[in-house]
Design a protein around this ligand. Structure first.
Ligand SMILES: NC(=O)c1ccc[n+]([C@@H]2O[C@H](COP(=O)([O-])OP(=O)(O)OC[C@H]3O[C@@H](n4cnc5c(N)ncnc54)[C@H](OP(=O)(O)O)[C@@H]3O)[C@@H](O)[C@H]2O)c1
Length: 265
């Protein structure tokens, strides 16, 4: 079985992706070559049958490379990788680095695709945005979409919207965790202890997520359905709106997008 994909950086994100890819049979472990600064990150995958590169530069025997190091590690990683060939597809999940910059650092001739998943990947529930970058083809985008389809839903976007995708999808779980933590604080305020508050809030969010997953109603209808006139939910929603909840969430997403643009420039 030939090598189909080389992976540089096998941390949280790449490990979740590889688990999904092998579970769904998109690739077999024998088709993947891995490299990471920490051999311990590779042991589990080596036991499954993945090949382990002895140096980053060896990854380039693969026709496609996934770059899954942190953005601040990229320059150093690129220098150990060396120039990539023009028939090589390079897929980057790194936030804030545009495809032109990555391609230039890799010799200027490879084909680029970018993908922005999130931590839902660990449980097969990522929302991943994919975009062709410099030199990338429709076939490259299709291959990448199939790969990330193994860890959740995918949607195609223009690369110019990658910082926006990072703000909505990549960082998205963070917004929900802040909501969860604020709800726990509210539960404490109305009389529950920490453990009970957290257990209740986690289950409430799971229940609401299940409704979002299974119901065909739009968001306004779902809100209407829980906020009967003169009732408790309506009172709570009114207080949250008056406190600037909606504006704060909107501004947070815009700030995350702006920070992504700033990091890319
Ligand atoms: N985690 C997410 O949910 C998520 C979501 C969307 C996008 N992403 C993107 O995915 C990328 C990886 O994120 P992550 O959370 O998986 O990071 P991570 O857990 O830190 O994994 C990166 C791995 O790459 C290794 N590495 C760094 N430089 C290397 C080099 N030159 N050669 C070999 N290995 C090297 C790191 O080792 P050291 O620890 O020694 O540096 C680490 O083991 C980031 O660019 C991030 O923007 C992540």
């Amino acid at each position: 079985m030939g090598c189909e994909l080389g992976v540089l950086g096998v941390g949280h994100l790449a490990s979740a992706l590889l688990d999904g890819v092998f579970k769904r049979g998109v690739l077999a472990p024998e088709q993947v070559l891995l490299s990471d600064a920490h051999p311990v990150h590779l042991d589990r995958f080596a036991a499954m049958g993945c090949a382990i590169a002895s140096a980053n530069a060896d990854l380039k025997v693969a026709p496609r490379l996934l770059l899954a190091v942190r953005p601040q590690s990229f320059e150093e990683a690129a220098s150990t990788l060396g120039p990539c060939a023009d028939d090589q597809l390079v897929i980057s999940v790194m936030a804030g680095l545009d495809s032109g910059r990555i391609r230039d650092a890799l010799g200027g001739s490879c084909r680029m695709v970018r993908a922005m998943p999130n931590t839902g990947a660990t449980y097969g529930a990522s929302m991943t945005c994919v975009a062709t970058g410099e030199g990338g083809t429709e076939e490259d985008l299709r291959w990448t979409t199939d790969l990330f389809g193994s860890i959740g839903l995918t949607t195609r976007i223009e690369e110019s919207l990658m910082s926006a995708a990072t703000a909505v999808c990549g960082s998205g779980p963070g917004w929900v965790y802040l909501l969860a933590s604020s709800m726990v604080a509210g539960a404490r305020e109305v009389g529950f202890d920490e453990a009970a508050s957290e257990a209740m809030v986690r289950q409430v969010l799971l229940g609401a997520s299940s409704v979002l997953e299974h119901s065909s109603s739009d968001l306004d209808a779902l809100l209407d359905a829980v906020a009967s006139k003169g009732g408790t939910t309506e009172a709570g929603l009114a207080a949250m709106r008056a406190g600037g909840f909606e504006e704060a969430v909107r501004a947070g997403i815009v700030a995350a997008r702006d920070r992504g643009d700033e990091l890319s420039s």
